[in-house]
Design a binder for this molecule. Structure first.
Ligand SMILES: Cc1ncc(C[n+]2csc(CCOP(=O)(O)OP(=O)(O)O)c2C)c(N)n1
Ligand SMILES: [Mg+2]
Length: 285
């Protein structure tokens, strides 16, 4: 007898989606152009929780004026987004095989030609301002839609993030939700060595946001937090998701060199074996 979805935990209900998204990501990184492996793997549960447990979006009505809006501000995680959109029904999974090839609309950073992508992103530091605009527009139009923005932690070194944070709080945009993929790494090293962010939760609170922290690969925790906003009326919500860059792959998890990879046939086989065995939760360097 099948168990009604409502009786399953998010982890039990959505783990299969997360596993298939990881498989798609490693396959895309084995293509001719390679891919942003580490920061895509760290996003998997965040995107799975959002697309399967939180966002009010419908592949059959992508322009519904009452939909929630999602922006992947760290647009270099595009392959995780493409895999999630395919898993959620916005894209034919077969299209993923063309990632990075001539003529494909699936490029290294997302563009609006891809169903489900609201705006092009990838120049870091812009997504939060755009999300704030969507949230403000929904409120002015009397629409129920919320805006969700996912940023990288290194991305927070962009000054425009803090300008947007300040503006969103001033506008009391409690239909705006931001998630930080707090994997502790950026291109050139640990965020705390390059340009320290801590005390990060405190900084966001000081900017007027309601802040929570969650284990970023725990679907139950993510759906529980992201599905219950606003946490404080009148304040935008910021979730610090504690993640591991390259999560799922023991040979790169937590390593700065996981940022970009072009996987050889042998490496792809090794990655698939690790995913199948579930051995790569990984710690940090
Ligand atoms: C404005 C801007 N500057 C530089 C880059 C190049 N770049 C791409 S990814 C990246 C590192 C970002 O680190 P983080 O936000 O922590 O991402 P993650 O660790 O999740 O990959 C940089 C500097 C960019 N995309 N945009
Ligand atoms: Mg990072």
């Amino acid at each position: 007898m099948s168990v009604p979805l409502t009786e399953l935990s998010a982890g039990a209900a959505f783990a299969g989606h997360a596993a298939r998204i990881r498989e798609h990501i490693v396959a895309m990184c084995s293509g001719p152009e390679g891919g942003h492996l580490g920061g895509s793997m760290s996003l998997v549960e965040i995107l799975t929780a959002l697309y399967f447990g939180v966002l009010r979006v419908d592949p059959a009505a992508p322009a519904d004026p009452d939909r929630d809006v999602f922006l992947l501000s760290k647009g270099h995680g595009a392959i995780a987004l493409y895999a999630t959109l395919a898993e959620r029904g916005f894209l034919d999974p077969a299209e993923l095989a063309g990632f990075g090839t001539w003529g494909s609309r699936l490029m290294a950073h997302p563009v609006r030609a891809v169903p489900g992508v609201e705006l092009p992103t990838g120049s870091l530091g812009h997504g939060l301002a755009l999300g704030a605009g969507f949230a403000l527009a929904a409120r002015l139009d009397g629409r129920p839609g919320r805006a969700y923005v996912v940023m990288g932690d290194g991305e927070l070194q962009e000054g425009s993030v803090w300008e947007s944070a300040m503006g969103a709080a001033a506008q009391r945009l409690d239909n705006l939700v931001a998630v930080v993929d707090r994997n502790g790494l950026q291109i050139s090293g640990r965020t705390e060595d390059v340009c320290a962010l801590e005390p990060l939760a405190q900084r966001w609170r000081t900017f007027g946001w309601s802040v929570r922290e969650a284990p970023g690969h725990d679907l139950d925790a993510l759906v529980g937090a992201l599905g219950s906003t606003p946490w404080e009326p009148g304040r935008p919500s910021l979730l610090l998701a504690d993640t591991t860059k390259g999560a799922g792959l023991p040979f790169v998890a937590g390593a700065v060199h996981s940022h970009f990879a072009t996987l050889s046939v042998r490496q792809l086989a090794r990655a698939r074996a690790a995913l199948a065995a579930g051995t790569g939760g990984g710690g940090r360097d």
